[in-house]
Write a protein that binds this ligand. Sequence first.
Ligand code: IFM
Length: 476
Amino acid sequence: MPEPITPVTFPPAFLWGAATSAYQIEGAVREGGRTPSIWDTFSHTPGKTAGGETGDIAVDHYHRYRDDVALMAELGLSTYRFSISWSRVQPTGRGPAVQVGLDFYRRLVDELLAAGIKPAVTLYHWDLPQELEDAGGWPERDTAFRFAEYAQIVGEALGDRVENWITLNEPWCSAFLGYASGVHAPGRTEPVASLKAAHHLNLAHGLGTSALRAAMPARNSVAISLNSSVVRPLSPGDPADLAAVQKIDDLANGVFHGPILRGAYPETLLAATSSLTDWSYVHEGDLRAIHQPLDALGLNYYTPTLVSAADASVLGPRSDGHGASDHSPWPGADDVAFHLTPGDRTEMGWSIDPTGLHELIMRYTAEAPGLPLYITENGAAYDDKPDSDGRVHDPERIAYLHGHLAAVRRAIADGADVRGYYLWSLLDNFEWAYGYEKRFGAVYVDYATLTRTPKSSALWYSQAARTGTLAPTETN
Ligand code: IFM
């Protein structure tokens, strides 16, 4: 149902933010002792990214962070979520930290605090130090222990000034796009390794949470950002389609939420993957380490997923929306078909459906009662271009943001404890395998000059952040 064209007002304490990640914006990949991460290696491998594009320069945030913080302040953002490049801080993924790397993040944090913007730090947004991948990567148990050591280093360095922490961003992508479909770094196509990776990412979250808590003041908050999916059946009355939903829900959600929120992998997941793996890499004590109280849960949402049993008569194109590969990112789910969800689409081909965000929030409100929620990512890519005056008009993005923020507000009215929203993304940036061709920013970046120009959506969002109210839009 379309949102009514009326102003929508948020609670006064609601946080208005924007998010980015290190490899997508920093550039300066060879400065300050930083060594390659899996994304440097992958993007420099011919054929892996659109146009062979890399994050070598990205949007040069490493050198322009002061201007970028000034821009955020001008826009009136109350919070900014960014990630730390592990190999800038600990180049080999183990051992002592590099002070120059830590100092960059300390300067960024101090700049944010001086501008009255609350930093939210993500420790891991997909850029594993290459040396750790060479030692086996996430399918290797030791990587979880290396992550805990890294978490301790960063917690000790920044814990006095950063209150909000996120261990991992979207571990689903790290595990299944990185090790099963191979459309993300490190580009491996090994279904069993992807399930091991998922477990070791969970373990890294658990060990990293303990390490952060030991290293920082108790007032700080530790969370994880999951790209929890809203999985819907093609035919809601068909038991075979409902079984397909269960399978994908387990692989998208249960594999992380199960151990993190409930201390166990779903029985249905273990059964569905039993021909591939016996899960013997889940050691005694792992689930205890993973299942510990969180201070908040981050939800990233873009679009719902529509599935059916693979032998349904109305098979649509295979379109789970996660990039083209001959290898599925869904181990053990070859009997599931993916369908195009209805509705208007963004430039990613993802359908626009704010009801999915409301559904997601209400689901986790019910499954994790009392746990504060943040929308740690939500946004849309469009083919934005400056007009003859150099201004960038993006009414579709305003409509997208309005619709999704209104869905958040509705969830709050329905009893959900959503404390804040981070628009993805502050700036146009390196969209992984798509290179620079998909623009998610509220701020336009001219890649030839690296000039930043706030789009009309940034100005609209700025007004929402300053007033706590969504101005009506014509298109909703
Ligand atoms: O750009 C990504 C981000 O790095 C993780 N979440 C989804 C975004 C859009 O694809």
